[in-house]
Design a protein around this ligand. Structure first.
Ligand code: F0G
Length: 458
């Protein structure tokens, strides 16, 4: 690294994908047709799509080349062995079970270990993890440190597990806990990392209670970069070495390769326990496929293997994390309240703080997300009362926060795209007091954020 401070993408563009400019009138018509739900838009009327960082990244030249090596043999494909070697190079588990994405790994794992009366603690379960735990009748418990629940509190590792709370849960209900989970980075808590010190301590608690420890490893490389840059004595370690230490601290993992696999689809479940692996493989065959492809084409396995080699590249990770922080810093300077520190994969806008005149049950997060699209064609995602406010008994209450997540797809948008996002967000924030809330016109009984239709108020 020399003295230059401009963030540049550590790649140049090899194939281009057009994005379409629309007029505000076109976007207003699109919103009305979509019932003001951004999930209902045709993606070709979205200019900058920050809905998710999952499966939306750009693959490299070498990943596209690897796809040509894809071998589609039903059993024992060479592509499977390439994938296995790449996973085990980072995470040396005895058993690796490929799945079509992260939630398929969760479904299999919790079918095997969950069930009524069981409790699964985590720093914070991602929604699909929680849903898969609860689907078996088990209880999903979030035990993140208190700082992890406060948007404006600065802490280098806001994803850390509350060790005393974990100890207390295992003391009270140890017999009901089949495993402990840690999500890196903590997506639902704002993309916040977990420190190595905390992971080692969680391992120690698990050992004391004789419990296996599992990782939800979706953004493991981003988490390792935060460890390298924020944790004492870690600065001189290669990221790959930190990742290997994390892998060595746990007994298994679930993974969505759509994040730090740098692929558009894929995932895996990995475990060391032979009996559990056998049980999971049998479930895999029922729903995903034979254990050497697990719901993926041979070419997907190749793309993931190459992605795993690229994601631990430190020039890539430096660019990834500093460019997300660049967006965060600019929005912060514009006076937009944010979750801090910024996450690795996303910046989270605090819509409840920006729009205090819109009560939670009129969905400030939705109002902000819709306005970012209406004004500039930017699609973010409400993470608040729309997503979490409806209860199984049909009642509704405010979620703990009303956020809008701007998730950054990997290697996809350039610095000028991000500058445009900043310009639009500034404009929207300057008009914050004129934004109005929404009411829900139609909604399903569960997971309403995907399909609900809204009506603007006032
Ligand atoms: N765990 C975490 C922490 C996640 O962020 C996700 C997905 C999953 C598990 C499930 O993986 O989508 O491959 O089945 N997160 C995406 C998001 C959907 O937008 O944050 P999947």
């Amino acid at each position: 690294m020399d003295r230059w401070t401009t963030i540049i993408e550590p790649f140049r563009i090899h194939a281009v994908e057009p994005i379409r400019l629309t007029t505000q009138a076109e976007r207003e018509a699109a919103l009305e047709a979509a019932g003001w739900n951004l999930f209902n838009l045709h993606a070709d009327v979205v200019l900058i799509d920050l809905l998710t960082d999952s499966g939306t990244g750009a693959m490299s030249r070498d990943q596209w080349a690897a796809i040509m090596h894809g071998d589609e043999s039903y059993a024992g494909s060479p592509s499977w062995f390439t994938f296995l070697a790449a996973v085990q190079d980072l995470f040396p588990f005895r058993h690796v079970i490929p799945t079509h994405q992260g939630r398929a790994a969760e479904k299999i794992l919790f079918t095997a270990v969950g069930g009524a009366g069981k409790v699964i603690p985590s720093n914070t379960h991602f929604d699909t993890t929680r849903a898969n735990v609860e689907f078996t009748g088990a209880e999903a418990v979030d035990l993140v440190i208190p700082e992890g629940r406060e948007p404006a509190t600065i802490h280098p590792f806001k994803g850390n597990m509350d060790l005393a709370a974990l100890d207390a849960l295992l003391t009270a209900r140890g017999a009901d806990v089949p495993l402990v989970m840690v999500t890196i980075t903590n997506n639902s808590g704002g993309g916040q990392p977990v420190s190595l010190e905390n992971l080692r301590a969680v391992r120690e608690v698990c050992d004391r209670f004789g419990k296996p420890l599992f990782l939800d490893g979706c953004r493991f490389a981003e988490n390792a970069w935060f460890i390298k840059t924020r944790e004492p004595d870690q600065a001189d370690r290669p990221v790959k070495d930190i990742v290997r230490e994390i892998g060595g601290l746990v007994d298994g993992m679930t993974m969505s390769a759509k994040k730090d696999g740098l692929a558009n689809i894929g995932g895996w479940l990995a475990v060391n326990d032979d009996a559990l692996a056998e049980q999971c493989r049998n479930l895999l065959i029922l729903t995903e496929g034979f254990p050497t492809y697990g719901g993926l084409a041979g070419r997907d396995l190749e793309a993931i293997a190459q992605g795993l080699r690229e994601v631990v590249d430190e020039d890539y990770l430096r660019y990834r994390i500093t460019s997300t922080a660049y967006l965060g810093d600019a929005l912060d300077q514009a006076g937009i309240p944010l979750v801090k520190p910024y996450g690795g994969h996303a910046v989270y806008l605090d819509a409840r703080a920006l729009l205090p005149h819109i009560p939670p049950l009129e969905y400030p997060g939705q109002a902000l997300a819709v306005e970012l699209y209406r004004a500039g064609g930017i699609r973010g995602c409400e993470i608040g009362t729309v997503m979490f406010g409806l209860h199984p008994d049909g009642t509704e209450s405010a979620a703990s926060m009303d956020l809008v997540r701007l998730a950054i797809p990997r290697r996809t948008y350039t610095q000028s795209h991000i500058d445009y996002v900043i310009e639009v967000a500034r404009d929207v924030a300057s008009r914050a007091s004129s934004l109005r809330g929404y009411r829900i016109a139609k909604q399903p009984a569960a997971l309403r954020h995907f399909t609900a239709r809204f009506q603007p108020l006032g």
